[in-house]
Design a protein around this ligand. Structure first.
Ligand code: DP6
Length: 374
């Protein structure tokens, strides 16, 4: 039997590199969003999850980020600041800078070359920003991957496995769920005794054979409320400190991981639905019972949920829903039900979406590099 090696924080510190190997150039990555089946909600510094989570990597909802880099002409002292500009969908976005500044501060010890370069970051999303779709997941993972491409130039000896694990590790420090947006198709984040090689520090591929029922699983995202999120994830996670039900919730999530591990291998769709819908409602229950409390669902969110339940009851379909920390509904179903489900969605559900907006997506294989030039 070969030994599984789980990396620790110190494994991610780059010590042996030569900045002269990359004077200027650019790199572009296309990175997907992801949808959690068992949710991450609650964390400790530095961005360590209170429970294990698992997600499907998506295919169509993605961010494309180009990182332009240029070696600074003078050697800066370690006190100097990071130098970068941010453009989003063609426009200069100074209001995105504080989040990236904080990200750079957090990761600087692991990528010490950050202060040696001037950067221009250019990003665009395939979905509306702040539509409630996890733009921080795809955005932060894209930036982490661009930085890893630069790291690989400075230190070409790193393996692909290390490249992905460190990209996930860095992305996590930008946004927790971003660490699940590097590879496909099912990613586990958070140490769990029943998931081999799982780690709190980075996401890993679900390490067991997945039943064919989950091949190319479909996710149609119903945009019930396209406004800016009512509660940011950061605020939401903080509500789990001193939450009266936090301990039980973390336990429930970890139990769901044990169960879904079996379900993903045996293809039991009934049990899959029970876990996934329970997770969505538990996440919202946490927000309804926190102090202060929030209701992030809208009346149309509930109408959609009831329609899905009625349809499932009437037709025996395996369609189900999940939610993120907002009002939008992710409608999940197996590929072989695509035709039937799409008809149902168009005829009965999109009337509850803002301007009938929805996005058809499915499980994807992870991020890929579009260009790298000098
Ligand atoms: C409800 O990853 O956005 O989508 O770590 O503060 O950036 P930060 O939070 P974030 O939280 C996502 C929470 C969730 C559930 C999930 O994706 O697991």
């Amino acid at each position: 039997m070969f030994k599984i090696y789980i990396l620790t924080e110190t494994d991610f510190i780059l010590s042996n590199f030569d900045v002269a190997k990359a004077s200027c150039g650019s790199v572009t990555w296309k990175t997907p969003s992801n949808i959690a089946l068992v949710k991450y909600w609650g964390k400790q510094e530095p961005q360590l999850p209170e429970n294990t989570s698992i997600s499907f990597t998506l295919n169509n909802c993605c961010t494309i980020t180009t990182l332009e880099y240029k070696l600074k002409s003078e050697v800066q002292n370690s006190e100097s600041e990071f130098n970068f500009e941010v453009f989003f969908e063609g426009k200069k976005k100074d209001d995105f800078k504080p989040k990236i500044q904080k990200f750079f501060q957090r990761i600087a010890q692991y990528v010490p070359f950050l202060k040696d370069f001037d950067f221009v970051i250019k990003s665009e999303n395939s979905f509306p920003h702040s539509s409630g779709i996890a733009s921080s997941a795809s955005g932060m993972s894209a930036l982490a991957l661009c930085l890893m491409s630069l790291e690989k130039k400075l230190n070409p000896t790193i393996t692909n496995k290390y490249f992905n694990e460190k990209a996930s590790f860095l992305a996590r420090l930008g946004s927790g769920s971003a660490c699940r947006s590097i590879e496909g198709e099912l990613i586990v984040w958070g140490k769990h005794p029943e998931i081999e090689a799982s780690s709190d520090l980075y996401g890993v591929k679900f390490p067991y054979k997945v039943h064919k029922n989950f091949n190319n699983y479909q996710d149609t995202i119903l945009l019930v409320d396209e406004g800016v999120k009512q509660v940011s994830s950061t605020v939401g996670h903080n509500l789990m400190y001193n939450h009266p039900f936090a301990k039980q919730r973390f336990k429930q999530a970890n139990n769901h991981i044990s169960k879904i591990k079996e379900v993903l291998q045996n293809g039991d769709l009934k049990e899959f639905i029970a876990i996934v819908e329970s997770e969505a409602l538990s996440l919202h229950a946490m927000m309804m019972t926190s102090s202060p409390y929030f209701i992030l669902m809208k009346p149309n969110t509930l109408k959609i949920i009831h329609k899905i339940w009625e349809f499932r009851e009437a037709t025996g379909s395996s369609i189900c829903f999940t939610l993120d920390a907002g009002a939008n509904v992710h409608v999940l179903f197996p590929e072989h039900e695509k035709e039937k489900a799409n008809k149902f969605i168009v005829n009965e559900l999109i009337q509850f979406c803002q301007e009938k907006h929805y996005i058809c997506d499915s499980v994807g294989k992870g991020a890929f590099q579009l260009t790298m030039d000098n």
